[in-house]
Design a protein around this ligand. Structure first.
Ligand SMILES: [Zn+2]
Ligand SMILES: [Zn+2]
Length: 276
């Protein structure tokens, strides 16, 4: 059906599935601010650094397919952006950010409580770089060591780096069929392992309203982002103490967002999903 173009027809999806999958839910916006990658045209392409190893490299349900490959093609179905997977250039245990792209990492980050995080640097409203980290300390436990949990969290953390927030933050209501919906059962049904039509509509809203004179995306020396202050480097460390102020907390603190002011208009946002 998408043989010639893998771009989703939003109108078809919107009216075809949204009303069916969101009974009673409002079509509320689920962006997390006015944050977006600066780019000079649409669709733009965002590089995802592949720093994944071990069980993250292939989905046993579909050999030859990686979780990141699935997430990348899922998000690329958006009409306004594409993602492309590029070679690792950072040690996953530090998952150092790279200007103009998103690093996707897994490692044994320890018993710090978090299952996955997304960290996004922005200057003004423009995203300048991002990292996503999957914590094997918890993914290797019985509760989370499933393909569905891996796919959902990976998809969601990348979604945050595009400017998307959660569609729903209740772990125990029916799945909305999107990775941007919290659940205690990611495989569903419906599965919460992929974006849904509402996510693509939201991306169109975020990236449809203006273009920028210069891009922050894919700039190896990012003109929009001068060298980050020392605090930004400190914030790459693992503790909540370095993530700045807690600006949102739901599910009795199980899901949180932090904001750290880095000065000169730079901010670092950290989205956390804590392990149960
Ligand atoms: Zn802009
Ligand atoms: Zn999240």
């Amino acid at each position: 059906m998408f043989a010639t173009s893998h771009k989703i027809s939003l109108a078809a999806l919107l009216f075809g599935t949204l009303s069916a999958t969101l009974p009673g839910a409002s079509l509320a916006s689920h962006r997390w601010g006015n944050y977006h990658w600066a780019r000079t045209s649409n669709p733009f392409t965002l590089k995802l650094g592949n720093n994944l190893s071990g069980a993250w490299k292939s989905d046993p349900r579909q050999p030859n397919q990686s979780y990141l490959g699935t997430a990348s093609s899922d998000w690329s179905m958006s009409s306004v952006l594409d993602t492309t997977i590029v070679t690792s250039i950072t040690d996953p245990s530090s998952c150092k950010p790279t200007s103009g792209r998103v690093e996707v990492c897994n490692a044994d980050y320890g018993n710090n409580g978090w299952l996955g995080i997304a960290q996004i640097w922005a200057r003004g409203s423009h995203i300048t770089q991002g990292v996503t980290k999957m914590n094997d300390t918890y993914f290797n436990t019985q509760s989370y060591n499933t393909p569905a949990w891996r796919q959902m969290v990976l998809c969601q953390e990348i979604g945050h780096t595009l400017g998307l927030d959660h569609q729903d933050e209740n772990f125990y209501n029916p799945n909305l069929g999107t990775c941007m919906d919290y659940t205690s059962n990611p495989s569903g049904l419906p599965s919460n392992e992929h974006p849904n039509a509402h996510d693509y509509v939201q991306l169109e809203t975020i990236y449809g309203n203006h273009l920028d004179k210069t891009g922050t995306v894919n700039q190896s020396v990012n003109q929009a982002a001068p060298a980050l202050p020392e605090a930004a480097n400190a914030a790459r460390q693992l503790g909540t103490a370095q993530w700045g102020k807690l600006i949102k907390s739901t599910n009795q603190g199980r899901t949180e967002r932090y904001e750290l002011d880095l000065g000169d208009g730079h901010k670092l946002f950290t989205f956390v999903i804590w392990a149960d």
